[in-house]
Design a protein around this ligand. Structure first.
Ligand code: IMP
Length: 189
């Protein structure tokens, strides 16, 4: 006799009193990260790109992305701040940790967790040019395309998502939720 089909209740989490529902599971994220890693490996064949992770949100994505790249590559981190504990972008960008590596003549891949208004990425790209790199490309796991106010160059986009606040897989709400291996979206229902 076959087992009755059990439809699981929709998975939700509560962070700082707000309810978020499952949006992208681990399988979907890992499959997309593997595709981007393969594309980067192909594009940069014979070169040694340097991945610049924008902290804190990109730490999980950059760790998985680097493992999905099978050519020699390097890593460094840059820390910016713009959100604090708010759920709406303020558009303010502060530099909190500088890049240690010498980027002159290097092939840079900026690795971001999410592009929302695009203001942070615009600032990052402007500042990166000052290092005289050989090339700059951008990899972002998520893109809130409806919210983007400036025309920024995005070379590798994991997923285009609605204009709603998300957490998990490195992304936080008031510093919490980064440890979730999946991505959850604010349950506005
Ligand atoms: P932007 O400058 O508005 O594009 O914002 C980019 C930064 O805001 C990202 O690197 C994140 O740190 C943060 N951010 C934007 N949207 C979200 C979100 O939905 N959840 C968590 N952080 C976000």
């Amino acid at each position: 006799m076959s087992e009755p089909t059990v439809i699981p209740a929709e998975k939700t989490v509560e962070i700082r009193g707000e309810r978020f529902r499952l949006f992208l599971d681990e399988t979907a994220i890992q499959a997309r990260v593997a595709e981007i890693g393969a594309e980067i490996s192909h594009t940069y064949e014979g070169q040694v790109p340097i991945l610049i992770g924008v902290l804190n949100g990109s730490f999980m994505f950059i760790a998985d992305l680097m493992r999905a790249i099978d050519i020699p590559c390097e890593i460094d981190f840059w820390k910016l701040s713009s959100y604090g504990a708010e759920k709406v972008s303020s558009g303010r960008v502060h530099e909190l940790k500088k890049i240690d590596a010498d980027l002159e003549g290097r092939h840079i891949i900026i690795v971001e967790d999410i592009v929302d208004t695009g203001l942070s990425m615009q600032y990052i790209l402007d500042r990166m040019q000052e290092h005289n790199p050989a090339s700059i490309r951008v990899a972002t796991l998520l893109h809130k395309h409806e919210a983007t106010r400036v025309d920024v160059q995005l070379d590798y986009v994991g997923f285009r998502i609605p204009h709603l606040f998300v957490i998990g897989y490195g992304l936080d709400y008031g510093q919490q939720g980064r440890n979730l291996p999946e991505i959850y979206i604010l349950d506005d229902a």
